[in-house]
Ligand binder design. Structure first.
Ligand code: BEZ
Length: 211
């Protein structure tokens, strides 16, 4: 069965551009974005990996490690890395798993045989420091992902963990947030002593507590 939110992300040991990686050891106490791309030397993937390299500072600021994966071998990854640096204005600054035997792809359900029975789709897993899967996204091979959206979700998840708030539609860092419905009025008063705006009893809005 496919990995679901709340599942423990399974460990793996696999070769990568940084040599063999034990996933849990590599992740340490950080958040992780594990994402697959269908194939090396393909145009959409090239643009995605360049973009992720440019966003490395944003991931670092959130204590997130990024790791890519495809079913190609290390020599291909390394040769392609030169093209990414030459064409995207940023060199790879995170590891790419070389999953030629598809061990990790199968473990994480990254191959969707009815889409393509040999290549991975564009999967994204956001995994928290307790190794729980907190976000899964699946895009088709022909559509490049929006990594700003992935950062936005990470901001939301980290805020929820710290402050018992949820984030409304199209929320961005600094916008007002919503007190989670499970927090009763008494507890809410302790956490938000300055109060909140009650639009409905279930819709209580408060300023972003991290801003
Ligand atoms: C690409 O990365 O450009 C791509 C890969 C597989 C299928 C279609 C596009």
């Amino acid at each position: 069965m496919a990995l679901q939110l709340g599942d423990t992300a399974p460990n793996f040991v696999q070769d990568s551009t940084l040599g063999p990686i034990d996933f849990y050891d590599w992740a340490g106490d950080s958040w992780v974005v594990l994402f697959s791309h269908p194939k090396d030397f393909t145009p959409v993937c090239t643009t995605e990996l360049g973009r992720v390299a440019k966003l490395k500072g944003e991931f670092d600021r959130r204590d997130v490690k990024v790791i890519g994966l495809s079913v190609d071998a290390v020599p291909d990854h390394k040769a392609w890395a030169g093209d990414i640096a030459d064409t995207q204005g940023a060199a790879l600054n995170f590891p790419l798993v070389a999953d030629a035997d598809r061990r990790v792809s199968d473990l994480y359900g990254m191959i969707h045989p009815k889409a393509n029975d040999t290549l991975t789709v564009r999967s994204v897993f956001v995994i928290d420091p307790k190794r729980k899967v907190r976000l899964t996204i699946t895009y088709p091979a022909s559509t490049g992902r929006n990594f700003d959206e992935i950062l936005r979700v990470i901001d939301s998840l980290q805020l929820t963990d710290r402050y018992s708030v949820a984030t409304p539609v199209d929320w961005r860092r600094g916008d007002d947030v919503i007190i989670v419905p499970s927090l009763g009025a008494e507890e809410a008063r302790k956490k938000f002593p300055a109060g909140w705006t009650e639009i409905r009893p279930y819709l209580r809005v408060v300023a972003d507590p991290s801003a």
